[in-house]
Design a protein around this ligand. Structure first.
Ligand code: BF8
Ligand code: SF4
Length: 635
């Protein structure tokens, strides 16, 4: 294997084993897809109706219009915003599931779930302006759930989503209101995209993009509520030390990977794994049950329980290739269908759990809140049975893991800062931004993508920014990349942070009782938890009385891939952030769309996209964006 596919040492170690076992990986399939379709790459292929498919000639020699007359601008804009709608649907479906569970908890119908963080629930109720006097916890939970569900179904769409108005700076809400892009309900915003992109409907690319912004803002709403209500039910994360990378899969244990996104499933699997630990020992696994995480579910249980993270998106198949993974339990999103074929080479049980996410060849154990405990028990028992079938000759354990600290929720960050200034927790952070000890903040988000070397750009950009005293936050598979690379540790702060950043992280870390600096990059959670970073930014913006687009804060998605990433990137830009993409988005077939998203949108929201595939240059541009913002603030 000459070509470098991944910067992850464990991946490099495992790929030859995959080959030996005859397992086709994502990289093999990516190679087989080369060259990928140029029309699709540019976004100028339309399959919206059966007069098509239609393709626009990017060189201007062939057709410039589809059969219906749609041109490249319309086609590119429609394709993009349909992607945003897909991402919004995925996130908000997850959020709705959590909100409905909260409603069931309030009605005492969801056995196996409780409200673990009453304070968080009450603070959400306050935020939403719901009265609490004379209401017990369950009544408050019911009111929060009802108010939240209203954001999905509200009849009068001219009324803003509550989670939108109540979580963003007033100035930002007003700015977006003037653009007519504030969502009134999530489901309606998704449906609107599907309606306006139907053949023969919206053909104005700018109008289409504004529709995309509105839907992306509905995505923000769905994510914000998913995060906060998950905290209320499962607990708000606090800093926790754990480990990351494939070496967390252990020989003498029944290894269960939880993979996907929704903590409703994974939390219960963790509970039942603890309850059934003795059964695993009886079956011969002397270390009992070892639950590990993959992708965003991995981040969720890592944050709340310190469950080790096995890997991120691109290397999910390799968790099975270890030959020691007894069950891969999945819920929704970013689960490669190929897992069914990979597990056929081993003894691993692949268990699907959601009615909307089945994979042929997998064992399906339907998961619902009423039968959650029972299903989780069944899943754990299937894993123990599979363990008994494990073939030692096929075990290829990795010895590679790194320490990783996770659990930096907004509340955890504020708590750490309170140790420095209990009366005004945000002041130490703000002061250090103003005096330049911290130049600014970059949020790393998004996926892995085989178009680039796995994890490489994340780690390369982060090292550059660390040296330039930029405070970094991470979520999703980006967080996974950093955790696996050992960058979410105090040691990484010592090794890579510039002097002033190091001093600040050390002062906060020591005041907070960590007896050392905070980790170089703060793990804020899964993809839906990107809204935690917005909460921090909003608190800072409100404190100094400016809008979000004035802050020296930027976002970076070096390996964006999914429709959810398209939605997140678009709301980041809509909230005013310079947003870096390390993969060329499928929009270049329209100069107009490209110009609007990289330049024109600046005048509307203050945010903008920029594309840079080379990590050093990307870091320089992120830093440049931060410095421009600093200059704007006069600091
Ligand atoms: O929600 S970062 S590859 S796992 S989409 Fe998927 Fe992308 Fe990973 Fe999580 Ni987010
Ligand atoms: Fe072709 Fe227009 Fe149909 Fe798209 S909507 S496939 S461009 S005819």
């Amino acid at each position: 294997m000459n070509k470098e596919f991944s910067a992850d040492q464990a991946v490099k170690q495992m790929l030859p084993f995959a080959k030996k076992a005859g397992v086709e990986t994502v990289w093999d399939r990516f190679e087989k897809q080369q060259p990928q379709c140029g029309f699709g790459t540019l976004g100028i292929c339309c399959r919206i109706c059966w007069q098509g498919p239609c393709r626009i000639d990017p060189f201007g020699e062939g057709p410039s219009k589809g059969v219906c007359g749609a041109d490249a601008d319309t086609i590119v804009a429609r394709n993009l915003i349909r992607g945003i709608a897909g991402g919004t649907a995925a996130h908000s479906d997850h959020g709705k599931h959590i909100a409905l569970t909260l409603l069931e908890i309030s009605e005492k119908k969801a056995e196996g779930y409780q409200i673990k963080d009453e304070a968080k629930l009450r603070s959400v109720a306050d935020k939403l302006g719901l009265p609490q006097e004379g209401r017990d916890l369950y009544e408050v939970a019911g009111a929060v759930a009802e108010a939240t569900l209203e954001d999905f179904f509200r009849k009068d769409e001219s009324i803003h989503c509550s989670w939108f108005d109540k979580t963003l700076p007033k100035e930002r809400v007003e700015k977006l209101e003037k653009l007519g892009v504030v969502p009134g309900n999530i489901n309606g915003s998704i449906a609107e995209i599907m309606a306006r992109t139907h053949i023969g409907t919206d053909a104005d690319p700018v109008n289409l993009l504004l529709g995309g912004i509105k839907c992306a803002l509905a995505d923000y709403v769905g994510m914000a509520l998913a995060t906060d209500l998950s905290d209320a039910i499962f607990g708000t994360p606090t800093p926790v030390k754990t480990r990351a990378n494939l070496g967390v899969i252990k020989e003498a244990a029944v290894n269960i990977a939880v993979h996907g996104h929704n903590p409703l499933l994974s939390e219960l699997v963790c509970d039942l794994a603890a309850e059934l630990n003795e059964e695993a020992i009886k079956a011969g696994a002397k270390d009992g049950i070892n639950v590990v995480g993959v992708c965003c579910t991995g981040n969720e249980v890592m944050m709340r329980r310190g469950i080790p993270l096995a890997t991120n998106f691109l290397s999910q198949e390799l968790a099975v290739v270890t030959g020691a993974l007894d069950a891969m339990v999945v819920d929704v999103q970013c689960i490669m269908p190929s897992l069914a074929a990979v597990k056929d080479c081993f003894h691993t049980e692949l268990i699907t759990t959601m009615p909307t996410c089945k994979i042929s060849g997998a064992t399906h154990v339907e998961f619902s809140t009423e039968t959650a405990k029972e299903s989780a028990g069944k899943i754990v028992k299937l894993a123990i049975e599979a363990y008994k079938r494990r073939n030692p000759a096929k075990v290829n354990l990795s010895d590679i893991t790194q320490t990783a600290y996770a659990g930096f929720s907004t509340e955890a960050i504020v708590a750490a800062l309170s140790a420095v200034d209990p009366n005004d927790p945000l002041k130490p952070l703000l002061d250090n931004i103003v005096n330049g000890n911290i130049r600014g903040v970059v949020l790393f988000a998004g996926c892995n993508n085989p178009n680039v070397v796995q994890d490489h750009a994340f780690t390369a950009i982060a090292r550059e920014l660390a040296a330039k005293n930029v405070l970094m936050l991470a979520t999703g598979c980006g967080a996974g990349a950093f955790a696996k690379a050992g960058l979410m540790t105090p040691e990484a702060t010592e090794a890579y942070a510039g002097d002033t950043l190091k001093a600040v992280l050390t002062a906060i870390g020591e005041a907070a009782g960590l007896s050392g600096p905070l980790p170089l990059i703060l793990h804020m959670g899964s993809c839906v938890d990107n809204t935690r970073a917005v909460a921090v930014a909003t608190a800072l913006a409100n404190k100094i009385g400016v809008d979000l687009d004035k802050l020296p804060v930027a976002a970076s998605a070096p390996e964006c891939m999914s429709e959810k990433a398209m939605a997140i990137g678009t709301w980041a830009v809509s909230l005013g952030l310079p947003t870096h993409l390390g993969v060329v988005p499928q929009i270049l077939g329209s100069e107009l769309v490209t110009k609007v998203l990289t330049e024109g949108v600046k005048d509307l929201t203050g945010g903008y996209f920029f594309v840079e595939t080379e990590p050093k240059a990307a870091a320089a541009k992120l830093l440049g964006a931060i410095e421009t913002r600093r200059a704007g603030l006069g600091i």
